[in-house]
Write a protein that binds this ligand. Structure first.
Ligand code: 13P
Ligand code: SF4
Length: 304
């Protein structure tokens, strides 16, 4: 089968199975093209919860499919590549979080959705990059435990007046962006604006004109009158930025802004997944119930 035939077969099978194909903004171009919806972590979770389709094909990484399974327990959630994980999510375990909670018994646990269901189950409330500050502000407590991203955690802490403790995890893709690389891009493009994802280091965020989630970047690029944008996040975002803004230029400051896990899923994987209805992602009922509470509390808070 050639690529065009694979796409047609995916569409036919998706109809037959009553499946919704969701793709994160970092997925390969051709995967984003075939998806019913593309979006950021929060947007896709909400889409999964709202759809009346019976099957969700989640083109992303494991924690995202798990969130969909938590929010939509009556649906079959497929992750076309079972090996697509998130190194940052793997940096914290439920046991590790329990130990940290024991050291800070008064602190409310705010956990980034980039985490396992078991870790969410140990948390009071979740957040994503598009609502993190609002979530933190909504909490009626003086002390927070921000898990697992040290960069997002410090970004949140700068915007609130609460005592914060951090889990020292990080996203290897965002964390390796260097100050020199951004400065060079800014020097080479003096009229460009720099938008950065809060998973970048505080030194990078200090250089940013705008800090936001992946979906926030589409909005910013569309509404900001600048012609040139330096993009501080994973390169998959360029597909839609360029498509939606053909008269604007988007510059990646570093070739290292690529997440290998996000790039695993191919059209062939999606096709096989729909053919075999696997790999299916499920969450054990007790963990699901507790993780859902943390996600539901987050969903009640508006985006930043
Ligand atoms: P958002 O899509 O929520 O901005 O998250 C970025 C990310 O790194 C997901 O893995
Ligand atoms: Fe995880 Fe970073 Fe990849 Fe997102 S971009 S899946 S946070 S490693």
């Amino acid at each position: 089968m050639n690529q065009e035939e694979i796409k047609q077969e995916i569409k036919r099978l998706a109809r037959e199975r009553n499946a919704l194909i969701l793709a994160h903004n970092y997925q390969r171009d051709e995967v984003q093209e075939i998806a019913d919806t593309t979006g950021d972590s929060l947007g896709l979770s909400m889409e999964a919860a709202r759809t009346d389709r019976e099957v969700i094909v989640f083109c992303g990484v494991h924690f995202m499919a798990e969130s969909a399974a938590i929010l939509a327990p009556d649906k079959i959630v497929l992750l076309p590549r079972a090996d697509a994980g998130c190194p940052m999510a793997d940096m914290v375990t439920a046991e590790g979080l329990k130990d940290l909670k024991a050291k800070h018994p008064e602190a409310v646990v705010v956990t980034y959705v980039n985490s396992s269901a078991a870790v969410k189950a140990e948390s009071d409330i979740c957040c994503t990059s598009s609502n993190a500050v609002n979530v933190a502000r909504s909490i009626d407590a003086d002390e927070l435990l921000l898990v697992p991203d040290r960069n997002l955690g410090r970004y949140i802490a700068k915007h609130i007046d609460k005592k914060c403790h951090f889990w020292e995890g990080y996203c290897p893709t965002h964390d390796r962006l260097k100050v020199e690389e951004v400065k060079r891009a800014l020097e080479e493009n003096p009229d460009a604006v720099f938008m950065a994802h809060p998973e970048c280091t505080p030194e990078i965020l200090a250089l940013a004109h705008h800090i936001c989630s992946t979906s926030g970047m589409y909005e910013y690029a569309r509404t900001n009158p600048a012609k040139n944008f330096i993009v501080g996040t994973e390169m998959g975002i360029l597909y839609r930025l360029r498509k939606e803004n053909p008269d604007k230029e988007f510059i990646l400051p570093s070739v290292s802004l690529i997440c290998p896990n996000m790039k695993l899923t191919s059209l062939e994987d999606i096709l096989h997944s729909l053919q075999n209805m696997s790999p299916e992602i499920t969450v054990e009922p007790d963990i699901r119930a507790r993780a859902k509470q943390a996600l539901d509390r987050m969903l009640a808070v508006p985006r930043d």
